[in-house]
Design a protein around this ligand. Structure first.
Ligand code: 3Y8
Ligand code: NAP
Length: 251
């Protein structure tokens, strides 16, 4: 059966998979939620916006004769991933997740693991500190529980309204980031602690290496639970799963 692929995207790995699939001449689309103003260009046609829950995704899969679903979303996109498991169980469309291993603490890392955003907020209770919040925009308001801190924020898009934190500075930038750039940012703003999601992969890893080199503590937010599904960390595995013999895909 000639694959008709749907990739749930929004990550570096999803973009690379789109490149491999396009290079192999496969038919398919990549999907994003529409969280940012200008999504990065993708090598497959892009659809943007929610599907409308599990039922909406079931309907989409059927109406578009999707033969294979690859969930290449970010590990914190737990709702999307759970919906994909449920929709593929209902439609029997084969599902494969393209994921990246969580970061593991290395010698020199000063990590404090917390289970979720609320745990990160609680870990910041205490006297004024200079905090780098490298967790995006969607959960900023939760950190207003500690207004005494200075917060350095990094956002993909400039905020269209006042930020929910009284003493903060927002850097508008999208990854992948560099260690040198993140070390300079931390030094310039005299950062004392970094808050990070355990995204894994390389696109957000610069701040973790920068913190290690500067000897700074990291409040590391562990990943949310996702229902079990078939997974791989490798684009080549996905291409083989799609019945495409892997050549030198150069990705
Ligand atoms: C819309 C689509 C590529 C993909 C790039 C990766 C790497 C750079 C690092 C920091 C951490 C953060 C954030 C981050 C990274 C990659 C990858 C990754 C973290 C884009 C993109 C979309 C989003 C959504 C955005 C979230 C936000 C999270 C910023 C594209 C650029 C913090 C996650 O303003 C908002 O509403 C932003 C929302 C979800 C998390 C949040 O809570 O705010 N990603 N990021 C996707 C969609 O609409 O479906 O334009 O590429 C993709 C990327 N962001 O092509 O190389 O693969 O993870 N994204 C985190 O990891 O903590 C930044 O600053 O150090
Ligand atoms: P989420 O909380 O798991 O999803 C919430 C809802 O957003 C989903 O139920 C779905 O709406 C819609 N959605 C999410 N991803 C989608 C996609 N790829 N295509 C179409 N609809 C999607 O997801 P999130 O954490 O907001 O992440 C949204 C997007 O940003 C994902 O593409 C993810 O890969 C990317 N991203 C997220 C993070 C992060 O830190 N969360 C980091 C980097 C990139 P319906 O129920 O209506 O279908």
């Amino acid at each position: 059966m000639t694959p008709n692929l749907l990739i749930l995207g929004g990550t570096t790995e999803a973009r690379r998979l789109c490149g491999a699939a396009a290079q192999a001449g496969l038919t398919g689309k990549v999907s994003m939620a529409g969280r940012v103003d200008r999504p990065a260009p993708q090598a497959l046609p892009l659809r943007v916006g929610g599907f409308g829950g599990v039922a909406g995704l079931v309907d989409y899969l059927r109406r578009n004769d999707v033969t294979h679903l690859v969930d290449a979303t970010h590990p914190f996109a737990a709702q999307m991933s759970a919906n994909a498991v449920a929709a593929c169980a209902e439609t029997r469309v084969p599902l494969l997740a393209l994921t990246r291993a969580p970061w593991q603490a290395q010698p020199g890392d000063r990590w404090q693991h917390v289970p979720d955003i609320a745990g990160a907020v609680a870990a910041l209770d205490g006297p004024k500190r200079r905090v780098m919040l490298a967790v995006g925009r969607m959960h900023l308001a939760e950190f207003s529980a500690n207004p005494q801190h200075f917060h350095l924020l990094r956002l993909v898009d400039a905020s269209d309204g006042p930020l929910p934190l009284p003493d903060c500075h927002a850097v508008v930038d999208r990854g992948p980031f560099t260690v040198e750039g993140d070390m300079a940012l931390m030094r310039h703003h005299r950062i004392a602690v970094i808050v990070a999601k355990n995204a894994g992969g390389t696109g957000a890893q610069a701040k973790i290496i920068a913190a290690r080199q500067l000897g700074l503590p990291v409040i590391m937010i562990d990943r949310p639970a996702i229902p079990p599904r078939r997974e791989t960390h490798f684009v080549d595995d996905v291409m083989r799963w799609l019945g495409h013999e892997v050549t030198d895909l150069g990705v």
